[in-house]
Design a protein around this ligand. Structure first.
Ligand SMILES: [Zn+2]
Length: 145
């Protein structure tokens, strides 16, 4: 019997969200060069990371930039969680919104521990904050947060 109960249709990736680096063009914190940031950085210090939507684990891998990263597939949409210290899921696992999927960390190209969060629709990166805001607005009448 499954003991996980879905608490939300859309969940936030962390218990509380503080943006430390925005989406889009910025000067890179390490190189100082103009850089296109494909996601958003949230303050996180080895905190639990949650799946934002129901989905399937498409990859759990390690790259020099993002460190340990989890890519979740939600139809044509992907959410990506980077710089993790520990994954709590495995490839092809089914996850539900609000399920703990990882512990954040400081792996990859970082100055300090934080969570990198990207939202990709097909091949395009979306602004994750706009995405979360829009989707929370749509489901607002169906649930309480
Ligand atoms: Zn980032």
């Amino acid at each position: 019997m499954r003991s996980i109960i879905a608490m939300c249709i859309v969940c936030l990736p962390l218990k509380s969200l503080t943006v430390t680096s925005p989406f889009g063009y910025r000067s890179h914190p390490l190189t100082g060069k103009l850089d296109y940031h494909t996601g958003i950085d949230f303050r996180a210090n080895y905190d639990t990371v949650y799946a934002v939507l129901n989905g399937v684990v498409r990859s759990v891998d390690f790259t020099p930039n993002l460190g340990m990263a989890i890519n979740l597939q939600h139809g044509e949409l992907n959410t990506i969680y980077g710089h993790l210290s520990k994954s709590l899921v495995a490839l092809k696992d089914t996850v539900i919104a609000g399920q703990p999927i990882a512990i954040s960390g400081a792996t990859g190209h970082v100055t300090a521990a934080h969570l990198h969060f990207s939202v990709r629709y097909q091949k395009r990166y979306l602004n994750p904050l706009n995405f979360l805001y829009q989707i929370l607005k749509i489901t607002d009448h169906e649930q309480k947060f």
